[in-house]
Design a protein around this ligand. Structure first.
Ligand SMILES: Nc1nc2c(ncn2[C@@H]2O[C@H](COP(=O)(O)OP(=O)(O)O)[C@@H](O)[C@H]2O)c(=O)[nH]1
Ligand SMILES: [Mg+2]
Length: 279
């Protein structure tokens, strides 16, 4: 038997889960979810889902997301119970892989400091074959509208970690706007990532660990806005202390193991590509 009009099989779309950690984000979260899902037409090769990983907020974030999730099968809620951005992100990534069938994970803040309109750019780079795509405030084309003191903190923290670890190519380690493949996440040993720490130290360390897996990585310019609604949960002294501790420890371990810390810079182009050697 011959089929006159064989049905053209459309290749199944890959699933991208935007994991956004929340604590007290009731002013932002409904609009943020809508803005993320609005990007779907600009990323046609992906099915975009949102997972809100909440640390049992008291301000109504949980209830708001639960209501949206009931109506929209692309929206998911995980109550991680404990405080900490690392707990939210790490448990969120595991949940997205184990329960939501994620192929690609996007790590993004819930307070509109990261522009959802950048999501299709991250996914386009994953489609080009990158394992990790980092949103950076320090490459050509980026827009950083943060106040002066936050710029000083981010420049200082990024320069310090890069210098101590000998990271080349990567310019942005401290902001949490990235995309990466499920396979890359699964290569990272959870025991090497401080996901239970209360400070934001998870964010830089997690990126360093992904690069150490030998991931093919690139950076794209991103737009960073100041927070308009709600309040910042960043505790500066704790974050600075943990960054210094992590960097000094890594440097000492490096010296003890006499490993070469240098990374290989892999050229330029629209992105800023780099590969970190496996440790
Ligand atoms: N799940 C979870 N998310 C958190 C926690 N603290 C902060 N976040 C989220 O992490 C993101 C960045 O936090 P934010 O307070 O905006 O830090 P800042 O941008 O450095 O001032 C936001 O989406 C927060 O809601 C926490 O304890 N648990
Ligand atoms: Mg913020």
């Amino acid at each position: 038997m011959t089929l006159l009009n064989p049905v053209q099989e459309r290749p199944q779309r890959r699933r991208a889960v935007v994991v956004t950690p929340t604590y007290d984000e009731v002013e932002n979260i409904a609009d943020l979810i809508a803005a993320v899902l609005d990007e779907q037409p600009r990323a046609p090769s992906y099915e975009i889902h949102v997972l809100v990983a909440d640390s049992h907020s008291k301000d109504g974030t949980l209830e708001t997301v639960a209501q949206i999730a009931q109506r929209n099968p692309r929206v998911h809620l995980l109550d991680v119970q404990q405080r900490g951005i690392g707990v939210g992100l790490f448990k969120g990534f595991c949940y997205a892989i184990d329960h939501l069938d994620a192929d690609v994970l996007i790590e993004m803040d819930a307070d509109f400091q990261h522009n959802p309109a950048d999501i299709p750019h991250f996914l386009a780079k994953i489609d080009e074959g990158y394992d990790v795509v980092v949103g950076s405030r320090f490459v050509d084309g980026s827009v950083n509208r943060m106040p002066f003191y936050r710029k000083v903190l981010s420049v200082g923290a990024n320069q310090f970690v890069r210098a101590m670890l000998g990271l080349q190519g990567v310019t942005e380690i401290t902001t949490s706007y990235r995309a990466f493949t499920k396979e890359t996440f699964l290569k990272v040993d959870p025991a090497t990532v401080p996901w239970q720490e209360k400070s934001f130290i998870f964010v830089p360390v997690f990126l360093v660990r992904m690069l150490e897996t030998g991931a093919r990585a690139t950076e794209i310019p991103m737009t960073m806005h100041p927070r308009m609604l709600g309040y910042s949960k960043m505790i500066y002294w704790r974050y600075i202390r943990d960054i210094v501790r992590f960097s000094v420890r890594s440097r000492l371990q490096e010296m003890v193991h006499r490993r070469s810390p240098s990374a290989v810079s892999m050229g330029s182009g629209a992105g800023n590509e780099y590969v970190q050697p496996r440790s």
